[in-house]
Design a protein around this ligand. Structure first.
Ligand SMILES: [Zn+2]
Length: 267
């Protein structure tokens, strides 16, 4: 199952186990930077659940799913926004009885484009999912979905494909040092270091790069068990989202140090 896919081992193992133990959930959020990988995996999951050979790729069912022609698998994709009427159609589809599949599968490829009204409509079906149905919502960042959706789905993280640690080695040492000052409560030195750090041409970009660096680093160190550093990954993603929404670099950096980053990131 899932052999030929270039998705992280942690994700493959997780779903393999869920399927083997027949405890597959009703709703998942696939989060991570590369959209196509997550989308392909959602398609493979639909095959694995519905093909008699666990996703062979060559039978009629697999072929229909792959070419988006299977009557029980719906893919919703858009480039503008996911509106309430789209979600109403989606819900109608999910509630129709299955034609010839074991599982009804609905994939929302662009979760970040859900409007608030569409989100509210979607909540209903997430709360009362039809029997043997699965909804997969794909997004680049959890924080681009409303919290009400996040809390009703199981979250599956897809680490980025390429890791670049070398680039952040200097920053890493720097942050380790600053963290030491913070631990010793030597706040005058601590703030001076941070303020020097922010005295760059584009501080927001600088902080954004370093958060991404730490994120990659965590994904690498906990590659086979990303659930272990769930909280830290969430914090770094949130920091990036705050920067994207034009929060100041200083605010995000202080927030990361004082509220969100425990030892594990600097370890
Ligand atoms: Zn098949």
């Amino acid at each position: 199952m899932f052999e030929n896919l270039k998705v992280p081992k942690s994700v493959k193992n997780f779903f393999q186990k869920e399927i083997e133990k027949a405890r597959i959930g009703n709703s998942y959020i696939f989060e991570g930077p590369e959209k196509e990988i997550k989308f392909q995996f959602a398609i493979e999951l639909a095959k694995a659940l519905n093909c008699a050979s666990g996703g062979c790729g060559i039978c009629e069912t697999c072929k229909e799913i792959q070419t988006f022609k299977h009557p029980d698998v719906k893919i919703f994709t858009t480039t503008t926004s996911v509106k309430i009427d789209d979600i109403r159609d989606f819900i109608r589809f999910m509630n129709l009885s299955k034609l010839n599949a074991n599982y009804k599968v609905g994939i929302i490829k662009d979760g970040e484009l859900l409007t608030p009204e569409a989100t509210s409509a979607l909540l209903k079906i997430l709360e009362e999912p039809p029997l043997n149905s699965i909804i997969v919502i794909i997004t680049s960042s959890l924080y681009r979905l409303l919290p009400t959706i996040r809390s009703r789905c199981q979250i599956v993280r897809f680490p980025p494909k390429n890791f670049v640690y070398q680039k952040i080695s200097y920053e890493r040492e720097f942050f380790k040092e600053v963290f030491e000052w913070q631990k010793k409560k030597q706040y005058d030195v601590f703030f001076e270091k941070l303020s020097d750090y922010l005295d760059a041409e584009n501080p927001r970009e600088r902080v954004s790069q370093v958060l991404k660096g730490f994120l990659l680093d965590l994904y690498h160190r906990f590659r086979d068990n990303p659930f272990f550093c769930e909280r830290e990954i969430s914090s770094l993603m949130m920091g990036l989202e705050l920067l994207r929404r034009q929060a100041s670099a200083k605010f995000v950096l202080h927030w990361i140090f004082f509220e969100k980053i425990p030892e594990v990131v600097f370890g």
